[in-house]
Design a protein around this ligand. Structure first.
Ligand code: SF4
Length: 321
């Protein structure tokens, strides 16, 4: 009897949550029109947030979308460095981050003072900073990269023999296997990706022997060695599209499994639900988007002094593609 009551209660809760989501979505669409806003959402956002987004994608896709949009207001459903990047690229638009506390622990691994100290230690090195970094760190770097283009960016530096890559160590080690340049990695990492261990992957491979294992380059090198494909989230979409396999183990933040499922409903995607969750990405909710649009919060600004060199760093990357 008790179990039946609990089941009915949980069904009621799910139904009322769905009703809330429908009315919040309606409100968001209304406000979006009124404010002439566009909603961008990173692939790691909650499903209901992805569903209200005008554009979803990885950092590079969203940076490009931000630069092209004609909307006056950009609501960036992601973390701070992403909203900063949009603000650098679109200084004449209001860029809103719905959750002020949504930061990136990986980006926090390096400060501009630490980077300047490294520059003194390696005066001949070209500094490549991952887009997951603060505007100040971008401003003090030579060129930016994303996980989708890191190898291409480093190999485009024809004059450089030594490359200092910040702040993600695993991405730097991955790039070092695809270039003849000397890569100096910074000791930073993404908690959501670094937590994934060999044992967990082995366990999933035993459970789903037919599945291809796709992994993000922010994962540990030992994990990447077990992957059928190492790629960014946009690369995962392309790989699954071209691959004949029907099942995939998704080695990146768990939200990506939803994006893949929506894009390829006939295929099956397995996730690592307990280890690969980015708490910062999950802070954004439909309610915080309504508040962002209604109260015009939280505006992310980058000062001109930082914006100009940071823009230079981003533009060089975007010219490479
Ligand atoms: Fe940062 Fe990792 Fe979260 Fe991405 S998934 S925002 S790199 S902590």
């Amino acid at each position: 009897m008790k179990q039946t009551e609990e089941l009915v209660m949980s069904e009621e809760l799910v139904m009322s949550q769905e009703e809330d989501n429908i009315s919040l979505t309606r409100r968001i669409n209304q406000l979006k029109q009124e404010k002439k806003a566009v909603i961008l959402a990173h692939n790691y956002q909650r499903p209901e947030v992805l569903d209200v987004a005008d554009i979803q994608g990885d950092s590079l896709e969203l940076s490009r979308a931000a630069a092209k949009t004609e909307a006056r207001v950009i609501v960036f459903c992601g973390v701070r460095f992403m909203a900063e990047t949009a603000s650098i690229l679109c200084p004449d638009k209001a860029v809103l981050l719905p959750e002020i506390e949504a930061g990136c622990p990986l980006a926090n691994y390096i400060t501009v003072d630490q980077l300047l100290a490294m520059r003194q230690k390696y005066p001949d090195a070209t500094v490549v900073c991952y887009v997951n970094s603060s505007a100040e760190v971008k401003a003090a770097s030579d060129i930016c990269c994303t996980s989708a283009n890191a190898v291409r960016v480093v190999n485009s530096l024809t004059e450089a023999k030594q490359v200092l890559m910040v702040p993600d160590k695993n991405l730097a080690l991955y790039v070092s296997r695809h270039t003849d340049k000397q890569i100096i990695p910074w000791e930073g990492g993404c908690p959501a990706h670094c937590q994934l261990g060999v044992e967990e992957v082995l366990h999933m491979k035993v459970l789903y022997p037919e599945a291809k294992f796709i992994a993000h380059p922010e994962c540990n090198p030992q994990v990447l060695e077990m992957a059928d494909c190492v790629t960014s989230t946009s690369g995962m979409l392309r790989y699954v599209d071209q691959c004949k396999a029907k099942e995939f183990i998704v080695g990146t933040e768990e939200g990506m499994a939803y994006v893949l499922h929506m894009a390829f409903p006939d295929k099956i995607f397995y996730r690592f639900p307990h280890s690969m969750i980015c708490q910062d990405m999950k802070r954004v909710t439909l309610t915080s988007i309504v508040d962002a649009l209604g109260k015009k919060q939280y505006v992310v600004n980058v000062s001109d002094e930082i914006r100009k060199p940071a823009m230079d760093c981003l533009s060089k990357m975007m010219n490479i593609g």
